[in-house]
Design a protein around this ligand. Structure first.
Ligand SMILES: [Zn+2]
Ligand SMILES: [Zn+2]
Length: 187
């Protein structure tokens, strides 16, 4: 298992966790909530190049600053079943009266391996919190998004959430939970 450094930045909206996964040169950004300036500060100080932004799902608290990163040239990645949330009310921002800068993703994917620079990213599709929710495994790091947390699991009562799907997803993850990953949660 490759080891990567991980920097957590907590977004001031719904206490969402944004993560910077990095080696000595390059970085992947996972779930940039309202964290653009803090992320840029960190990558500039550490002389890192952002290769991509990976979203665990399309809810606004996880993607609010995607447009800023995309304008800087980073590619935005999301599961194809959550892609439309980036340019519709499906991201739930209107529920809280928050203005969300709409974008279209650069890369949509289903389950499997993504190779981004030197990073190998294993995508596990885990519907339940939303149809296109995923977990990411990168080296020794496991990013669960809103599928599960240190205590408990994500909500399944949003419009495309589903409790039965969530149960299936958690079953699918059982073997991974026994592995010596470091777990990084969405909140
Ligand atoms: Zn969510
Ligand atoms: Zn969330």
């Amino acid at each position: 298992m490759n080891h990567y450094n991980v920097k957590r930045i907590v977004s001031n909206i719904l206490m969402e966790n944004c993560y910077i996964v990095y080696d000595d040169k390059n970085a992947l950004i996972i779930d940039p909530g309202n964290t653009y300036f803090e992320v840029m500060d960190f990558v500039t100080k550490n002389k890192l190049k952002i290769l991509a932004v990976l979203l665990t799902h399309g809810h606004f608290d996880h993607c609010l600053s995607c447009k800023s990163f995309q304008q800087d040239g980073a590619l935005i990645y999301i599961h194809k079943l959550d892609e439309d949330k980036l340019y519709t009310d499906g991201n739930l921002s209107t529920m809280l009266g928050i203005e969300f800068p709409f974008i279209h993703a650069d890369v949509t994917f289903v389950e499997g391996i993504l190779n981004i620079g030197e990073f190998e990213v294993d995508v596990i599709h885990t519907p339940g919190h939303s149809k296109g929710s995923v977990c990411y495994i990168i080296g020794d790091c496991f990013f669960s998004g809103d599928t599960f947390f240190a205590q408990g699991i994500g909500r399944t009562d949003f419009y495309d959430g589903n409790f039965k799907d969530m149960q299936n997803s958690l079953n699918k993850l059982k073997s991974y939970l026994k592995m010596p990953y470091k777990f990084y949660y969405g909140h």
